[in-house]
Design a protein. Structure first.
Length: 144
């Protein structure tokens, strides 16, 4: 929960700066703050899940190598997903950061490559599924 509040506060600060330069369409741009809160919960759940399944601290590079790095490459943060090769587009759709980026762009500047409702539903389902998996993994880790 603390991660989600931090994400929302950081989004609010960035929204203020971007708004001062005219890069945010108001009032829709204000929806980025609750979106960042949901994103914080989603990534917090992923982090807790990996914490629950990784046997030792030395193995923590594995999820970063297999999950975080490809997520940044295929999320559309640095370049449009439409420019990716055909084989890479399904990877982009599987990562939650893609959906956060799409919704943030939509709320701030009105631009989007995909359906906003699909992105929001995917993000909420991802959060619920990984929240449930994280609780189960942490219960097993702490009880055993």
């Amino acid at each position: 929960m603390v991660v989600s509040v931090r994400a929302a506060v950081a989004a609010g600060i960035m929204l203020g700066v971007l708004g001062a330069f005219g890069y945010v369409q108001l009032p829709y741009g204000l929806l980025v703050v609750p979106l960042a809160f949901v994103g914080g919960i989603a990534f917090g759940a992923v982090g807790l899940f990996f914490t629950g399944i990784i046997p030792s601290i030395e193995m923590f590079n594995l999820p970063i190598f297999l999950f975080v790095t490809p997520m940044f490459l295929f999320s559309g943060t640095f370049f449009p997903v439409s420019n990716l090769p055909v084989w890479a587009k399904p990877f982009a759709l599987a990562f939650p950061l893609y959906h956060l980026v799409e919704l943030t762009r939509f709320f701030c500047i009105g631009a989007m490559e995909s359906n906003a409702a699909f992105n929001l539903i995917y993000l909420v389902l991802f959060t619920v599924v990984f929240g449930w998996l994280a609780i189960g993994a942490m219960k097993r880790r702490l009880i055993n």
